[in-house]
Design a protein around this ligand. Structure first.
Ligand code: GDP
Length: 255
């Protein structure tokens, strides 16, 4: 089966030296069946700068926490397009959302991690543009959290444009991630895989993980966007591109 990796953006995503991009390219092209994806998200610097403006809090562009809900019928009824972030506990979801909102430092990304505390869906308004939803982290209680909250939301939320499924790049796809992937596939949702904590591994380990996950996406998924989004909430690598992708899929950026 062909292994395709989105090459044009890799250097920018990882802030990787050109030699390493070429090394990866050589590695991939050695597979004669390689079929490089043409449909990639590779915005211009102008588009990236424009997208950052949507995420920048100003008097005319309010970015704020709206409300939390424990059940879908408690979720705010919002007309704007919505994107949601799902991932197992400790994957780096709160850190990523904080990084996405770093241009709106007043926004408080609420975290309730204490065992026994009710997990909630948290809704954030991003200007007049879209709503970002932080879904409860799953893991030790999965699949219960899916059944109670995540699945009904994903199944029924009418204005949900895209689901961002976070995978820890250090350890790759774990059992709890597979359950979430299966659910997205079964519901035929359009989703995107975001690889977190890319600053933590050596470049060699990271490339190995990226190739493995990319191969999985290419060969075993239908609804997953073919381009992976590697990010670091520490170095901010990949954060601008992810903001730009969100602006694009919520219909606010022409690429
Ligand atoms: P959540 O449970 O998914 O919300 O995960 P958190 O955002 O709380 O992160 C879990 C742990 O991973 C924390 O100790 C974070 O400091 C750490 N972490 C999260 N993102 C990154 C990252 O990009 N790089 C590094 N090095 N650590 C991270």
């Amino acid at each position: 089966m062909a292994v395709s990796v989105v090459l044009p953006s890799l250097g920018r995503l990882f802030e990787m030296p050109a030699t390493l991009v070429h090394e990866l390219q050589r590695h991939l092209l050695s597979d004669s069946t390689s079929d490089l994806h043409l449909k990639t998200f590779d915005p211009s610097l102008e588009q990236i700068a424009k997208a950052d403006k949507f995420f920048t809090a100003t008097a005319g562009n309010r970015i704020e926490y709206l409300s939390s809900a424990v059940r879908l019928d408690h979720a705010p009824d919002l007309p704007r397009p919505e994107v949601c972030f799902i991932g197992r506990s400790n994957v780096g979801k709160s850190s990523l959302i904080k990084a996405l909102f770093s241009l709106a430092p007043e926004v408080e990304v609420r975290i309730s991690k204490k065992p026994g505390h009710t997990k909630k869906m948290n809704f954030f308004k991003v200007g007049k543009y879209f709503t970002l939803v932080d879904m409860p982290g799953y893991g030790y209680r999965a699949p219960e959290d899916f059944v109670d909250m995540v699945e009904p939301y994903l199944k029924e939320r009418k204005n949900l444009m895209r689901t961002f499924l976070l995978v820890d790049s250090v350890v790759g796809i774990q059992k709890a991630d597979s359950i979430a992937i299966e659910m997205c596939e079964e519901l035929a949702l359009p989703y995107v895989m975001v690889l977190t904590k890319i600053d933590k591994s050596s470049m060699g380990h990271l490339l190995k993980q990226v190739l493995q996950i990319q191969k999985f996406v290419n060969t075993s998924t239908q609804g997953c966007f073919p381009q992976l989004f590697p990010v670091s909430a520490v170095t901010y690598s990949g954060i601008h591109l992810l903001r730009c992708f969100i602006a694009n899929i919520t219909g606010h950026l022409k690429t």
